[in-house]
Design a binder for this molecule. Structure first.
Ligand code: HEC
Length: 293
């Protein structure tokens, strides 16, 4: 019996040693270690439209949430201020966008870990079972050679879908609605609600034209969100006034259809998680010479 125990212990240790060599040591030995790990500045260099869109919809929450958020200017703001391509104000705004974006996706990654999203989602498309048909191109190691994949977010289980290529797949609005209550967008979903990623706030809305309501057989109270993410009613009222003032004379009658309403708005962490989801899969490492893309 003693002999059997010794054999089992030895076999167990041998299996451990083998897996250490195969999964740890061997990959490390065959890596040339020439490519430096991409820094946050590198992965946040190209600011996507989705991130800019978050500022359009949640201006106050956005500006208060991210580094240099208040210095980011939209194309419209730049045009209104008469800023040309060579104007230093544009370069400043571009740098501010990158800083805000870097801050947001880093924060979003940390929140992804803290909320254990990785417990139900993988970030690794395997070259088996036609996974690429469901989730997009098979993962390559070099794309994980960046600071946001430390520790790697490959995950171990898939209660929900793989998120490797989630960026740009859905709209910001979809993610916001889904995080507030997953079954609103995905009936039967077992994903939990993340209500603490939202705060009580206010938003500016606009009722549709009475003509349109009648023609489309919609309620005349149907409205669209114009700007959101205001912590106080006074701030939302100010935004309403700004929107009203920006309407040309020909659209003056729209002013009467603007109103302020209480709303749940994503807070700093909520905006960060959405930014991170929209970032996933958008950064690709340069392909070394002689390797397949
Ligand atoms: C208990 C498991 C579970 C946890 C924890 C979980 N999810 Fe999910 N998630 C799911 C399931 C199941 C779906 C598929 C149904 C749906 O769309 O809700 C899903 C879908 C998604 C989708 C949509 C993917 C697509 O494009 O179809 C995103 C994005 C997502 N989850 C993000 C998150 C984030 C961010 C967190 C953490 C804050 C999280 N999930 C935590 C189970 C989970």
């Amino acid at each position: 019996m003693d002999r059997l125990t010794s054999i089992l212990i030895a076999a167990g240790l041998a299996c451990f040693a083998l897996s250490f060599v195969l999964s740890g040591l061997y990959p490390w030995l065959i890596t040339d270690h020439k490519e430096p790990e991409a820094t946050i500045e590198v992965v946040a260099h190209d600011v996507p439209l989705e991130f800019k869109g978050l500022r359009e919809v949640y201006p106050a929450a956005f500006d208060a949430s991210f580094q240099r958020g208040a210095e980011c200017l939209s194309e419209k703001q730049l045009a209104d201020a008469g800023v040309g391509p060579a104007d230093p104000r544009r370069a400043n705004s571009d740098a501010a966008w990158r800083a805000a974006y870097a801050d947001a996706i880093h924060r979003g990654r940390d929140r992804y870990i803290a909320e254990a999203c990785w417990h139900c989602h993988s970030q690794y498309v395997r070259p088996v079972s036609n996974e690429d048909v469901r989730f997009g191109p098979v993962s390559v190691a070099r794309d994980d050679n960046n600071v946001l994949q430390r520790p790697v977010m490959w995950g171990t289980r898939r209660v929900g879908p793989d998120l490797t290529h989630e960026g740009g797949l859905r709209t910001n609005d979809w993610h916001v609605a889904h995080l507030w209550n997953p079954t609103d967008t995905s009936p039967g979903s077992v994903m939990p609600r993340y209500t603490w990623l939202f705060d009580d706030g206010f938003e500016v809305r606009r009722r549709i034209e009475p003509d349109t309501a009648e023609r489309m057989a919609m309620s005349k109270d149907t409205s669209y969100r114009m700007a959101s993410g205001f912590a106080t009613k006074a701030a939302a009222d100010a935004a309403l006034a700004e929107i009203a003032a920006s309407l040309p004379e020909s659209r003056a009658e729209e002013k009467a259809r603007l109103f302020v309403e209480e709303a749940k708005v994503p807070n700093q962490e909520g905006l960060a998680v959405v930014s991170y989801l929209q970032w996933l899969g958008t950064w690709k490492a340069p392909v070394p010479e002689g390797q397949k893309p």
